[in-house]
Design a protein. Structure first.
Length: 94
């Protein structure tokens, strides 16, 4: 997984932009399917799903400006599901 959260999507090379987009989808997929396992990850478990959602939206905006089509939305209901799980479980396992 690759995240460059401190770099503007506009400044990311094509490969990095697409890698980060895929990584965010892997994060959401993992947290939705198996939150116990993913929340134990030393880096991913501490990530704020809302921050990841906002980053995804920024990446999608940049992808669109570069002519990419985007067909894999992340919804606020998915963000809320992860946040609710984190609250029930006491947060990340770090």
């Amino acid at each position: 997984m690759k995240f460059w959260l401190n770099i503007s999507p506009k400044d990311l090379p094509r490969e990095w932009l697409l890698d980060e987009h895929r990584s965010i989808h892997a994060y959401f997929g993992g947290m939705l399917r198996n939150p116990e396992r993913w929340s134990a990850h030393p880096i991913l478990g501490s990530q704020d799903p809302y921050v990841m959602y906002e980053r995804h939206e920024a990446l999608v905006e940049e992808m669109s400006s570069r002519g990419f089509k985007h067909n894999t939305p992340i919804t606020m209901s998915q963000v809320k599901e992860i946040l609710e799980w984190k609250m029930r479980s006491g947060g990340s396992k770090n």
